[in-house]
Design a binder for this molecule. Structure first.
Ligand code: PAF
Length: 303
């Protein structure tokens, strides 16, 4: 068996201790990985995690202040899309060109930004459907098992792939590695582009979108995204995007979407990286996407 503490085994740094970041830290703890959470202020409190089977675990999570991180090889960013660049700029002086950066957030548009700041770093984009909820800073509840899709961006050394993929695959399984992760990111984007703004605007739980009165809006949004995806070379039927949305609203029926919660707690939303990304790609391609436009406008007004 591989010794996870031996010199050479990658050191993981997880930015923040939000719902998904906290869950990844907990999995690292269980797998005996060498990890640290990068946090704003040092914390020495017990972290209580209730896993999906209802068992509560208490652990001292490894944390470092983000301005003084311990050494790391792999930097995981389970943060809001709009936090990616500020965080990387803050960590810039600690990031060397061989460090692996992994993006894990809703929405799209950060890859282009990260590439400008860190043109040579190996980059991974990922998306997960795991669910977790943090009722307070030191409590985490795993609310749903999901699956994780990951992919390297650009050309990467096969030795590096072989070393890193099993480590990341074990965190939020089952994990699927894609040659071209963009298709998986677009499919997840379509799910968020429907569920997040509609639940936020109408103040609904995800499951309430199954009501017939939302059917037309859901298909209008998906039709527009399928058209943009088609123009980018990702042939997908709008019906498939709608089916994915319906699956997620069923699986997460009792949850409030992240955008619903962002509006409720008066936080910035990710609308510019979700429907906003659709509208900006559509504009480049001269495609009209009025339904996505309207959702951006409505959320901007409400936030
Ligand atoms: O942003 C969210 O809330 C989640 O990505 C999803 C899949 C829409 C479920 O609530």
């Amino acid at each position: 068996m591989q010794d996870k503490r031996r010199p050479g085994f990658p050191k993981l740094a997880i930015v923040g201790k939000g719902a998904i970041g906290g869950l990844i830290g907990f999995k690292c703890h269980q797998l005996d990985y060498d990890y640290q959470h990068l946090v704003k202020t040092q914390q020495q409190q017990l972290f209580r995690v209730t896993d999906i089977s209802g068992v509560t675990h208490s652990l001292m999570a490894n944390t470092s202040v983000i301005t003084q991180p311990d050494q790391f090889d792999l930097l995981i960013l389970p943060v809001k899309a709009y936090q990616v660049m500020p965080v990387l700029e803050q960590l810039r002086s600690f990031i060397q060109s061989h460090h692996i950066i992994m993006l894990l957030h809703n929405g799209m548009g950060t890859i282009e930004q990260v590439r400008k700041l860190l043109p040579n770093n190996p980059l991974i984009a990922a998306t997960t459907s795991y669910g977790a909820f943090k009722p307070d800073t030191n409590t985490l509840i795993e609310t749903g098992l999901g699956q994780t899709h990951l992919g390297w961006l650009g050309k990467v050394d096969t030795g590096l792939e072989q070393a890193i993929e099993p480590i990341l695959s074990a965190l939020l399984p089952p994990s699927y590695w894609h040659q071209d992760i963009s298709l998986a990111l677009w499919k997840k984007l379509a799910i968020n582009a429907v569920i997040n703004p509609l639940t936020a605007i109408h103040n609904l739980k995800n499951g309430e979108l199954a009501d017939k009165k939302h059917t037309v809006s859901i298909s209008n949004i998906c039709d527009e995204i399928a058209e943009v995806m088609g123009a980018l070379g990702y042939t997908v039927a709008s019906a498939e995007l709608i089916e994915n949305v319906n699956q997620v609203t069923t699986d997460t029926a009792n949850n409030y979407s992240s955008m619903h919660q962002d509006l409720k707690f008066k936080r910035q939303t990710e609308i510019q990286f979700i429907n906003g990304y659709v509208t900006s790609k559509a504009a480049e391609l001269n495609i009209e996407v009025p339904h996505n436009h309207r959702l951006v406008e409505k959320i901007e007004l409400l936030q």
